[in-house]
Design a binder for this molecule. Sequence first.
Ligand SMILES: [Zn+2]
Length: 274
Amino acid sequence: MNLVRFFAVHAIILTPLLLSACQTTTAGGAVGAKRSQFMLISSAELEQTAAQSYTKMKTDAAGKGELNKDHAMLLRVQAIAKRIEPQTSVFRADAPGWKWEVNVLSSNQLNAFCMPGGKIMFYSGLISQLRLSDDEIAIVMGHEISHALREHSREQVSQALAAQTAISLGTALLGLGGGSADLANSGYQALIATKFSRTDESEADTIGLELTARAGYDPRAGISLWKKMMQASEGGGRPPEFLSTHPAEANRVEQIESLLPTVIPLYETAHRNE
Ligand SMILES: [Zn+2]
């Protein structure tokens, strides 16, 4: 995925707009998530690109017989998504109306994602190899959906574009050739294409826990999930792909524990109302 190159064509018209794009994508919820974000491209532009990528991924997987092969697993993740999707209204009024989609890819990768606009993919290896419970699947899903709600990809593309524009301007002003700018650009692209920032991760953990709890899934599964994930990375085998794109602070579990008093009452209320 090279979203920056895709959107770089916009950079030329963005130059006068660099100072006008701070906003926040979500309301704070019970957990509080109000960081101001810098955005240069529209949600619609990124969602269109994401939808095209998602469709291509499904077509390719179906061609190899790897799409939704395990029907029981598909029904399981779809049922969990159905309960979480309406809870997104706490953070964004528009999100329950997204064109949500959930599919399962047969793969021994330990991975999952939610593209901008609500296109979710689970890799079967994550569920089967880590023997995830429904509560743990819900934690992963809540985390992934939170990246989409907060539009972290859009933010990262925007930051990269701004840097690219600034580099182009600086290069022009200093009379430098294009070589150094290309190098800086490709470094930035590699960075954003490969992983979320630790700030993004912390936000996705925080918002995700609230979504999970409000959907009636036990937020304490956040602790067992991340312990399983870390054990898998220490076991001598291949580390979970999930952890390479979702880098976390060593104190991730402690952060989750500190949020439990806020989200457990939401879980208990949801559970009582079932
Ligand atoms: Zn993440």
